[in-house]
Design a protein around this ligand. Structure first.
Ligand SMILES: Nc1ncnc2c1ncn2[C@@H]1O[C@H](COP(=O)(O)OP(=O)(O)OP(=O)(O)O)[C@@H](O)[C@H]1O
Length: 308
């Protein structure tokens, strides 16, 4: 668990993080979102002590980070940034192995872990392991950045706009990877973005910042259904508001139990947005809902989506 209690950071006389209190539960995918300059990156860097705090306290699993040696603190937390920061004169394998080697893991264990991570991030070991960062695409480099952050299996991973510079397709794929890794490993992830759709897709909990202050904190559905004020309404709203709302509601919440239909099936765990897309693509106004084992659960109807 990460706990920020009344944390303030000033540059000159400006409080860029202002009396901020947050609790990040163990296993959360906690997204800090807000406009440019709202203090998201500064907040993240205060957690791993790249930036010192002027007032308040930050505790990780009950220990004040100020009382922990900074190097040990950082080795226990993965950190992924937009500009990646791979070491240019080291191979991909050596980059991934950075923290395990600092921790003096035996070389055989390091090599096994590097191979495991290259596979986890869906890269081809034969293709990438011996290459240098400049020989990789931006998307491959960012995957290596994520692999490096996960190498020593830290319980906490801090991610600062990790996919901000990627093209939409690579970005979508990496969002899928990180969601899958989070679900499989139950790590605590603190993720900074200014992209509301990325926050809604990935976050189990979203904190919205404005000018260094916390405006609202809650699940994606809480924030979309009950925005705390006009700032949040504007930030989450806009032309895509209705689609975003469909995106945080599951098919199982609009299921009509009977009426087995023909046509392409949809999972009960799919979002209503995915169901809508499938309805449009298959030119149907209702879809059969089937679970992973192919059992029919009922149907989802176009007419019910507007109640999202
Ligand atoms: N080292 C620094 N010295 C002075 N001011 C700083 C420093 N670092 C950040 N700031 C200021 O603090 C404020 C918050 O910056 P921060 O990078 O945390 O915002 P952000 O929400 O992450 O923004 P972005 O989405 O643009 O990255 C900004 O006004 C920024 O100019």
């Amino acid at each position: 668990m990460i706990e920020l209690t009344r944390v303030t950071k000033r540059y000159g006389d400006k409080a860029v993080v202002d009396d901020l209190s947050l609790t990040v539960a163990r296993g959360a995918f906690f997204v800090l979102v807000g406009p440019s300059g709202s203090g998201k990156s500064t907040t993240l860097k205060m957690i791993n002590r790249l930036v010192g705090i002027d007032a308040g306290a930050i505790a990780v699993d009950g220990r004040n980070v100020r009382d922990m040696p900074a190097e040990a603190l950082r080795r226990g937390m993965g950190y992924v940034i937009q500009s990646i920061g791979l070491f240019p004169h080291w191979t991909v394998a050596d980059n991934i192995a950075t923290v395990p080697r600092l921790l003096r893991w035996p070389e055989a264990r390091v090599r096994a872990r590097v191979a495991e991570l290259i596979a986890l991030l869906q890269l081809d070991a034969a293709e990438v392991a011996r290459k240098y960062p400049h020989e990789l695409s931006g998307g491959q480099q960012q995957r290596i950045g994520v692999a490096r952050a996960l190498a020593a299996d830290p319980g906490i991973v801090l991610m600062d706009e990790p996919f901000g510079a990627l093209d939409p397709i690579t970005r979508d794929a990496l969002q899928g990877e990180i969601a899958r890794i989070h679900a499989a490993t139950e790590k605590t992830i603190v993720f900074v973005t200014h992209d509301m759709d990325e926050a809604l897709r990935l976050g189990t909990e979203i904190a919205i910042l404005d000018q260094g202050r916390l405006v609202q904190c809650g699940s994606p559905a809480d924030i979309l259904r009950s925005p705390a004020n006009d700032f949040v309404r504007t930030f989450v709203g806009g032309a895509d508001f209705g689609l975003r709302l469909l995106g945080v509601t599951r098919v199982r919440d609009r299921l009509r139990p009977n009426g087995a239909l023909a046509g392409p099936p949809v999972s009960p765990d799919a979002s209503l947005k995915e169901a809508l897309s499938l309805m449009i693509a298959s030119r149907r106004d209702a879809l059969p809902v089937r679970d992973g084992a192919g059992r029919s659960l009922g149907a989802v109807h176009l007419a019910d989506l507007a109640r999202a």
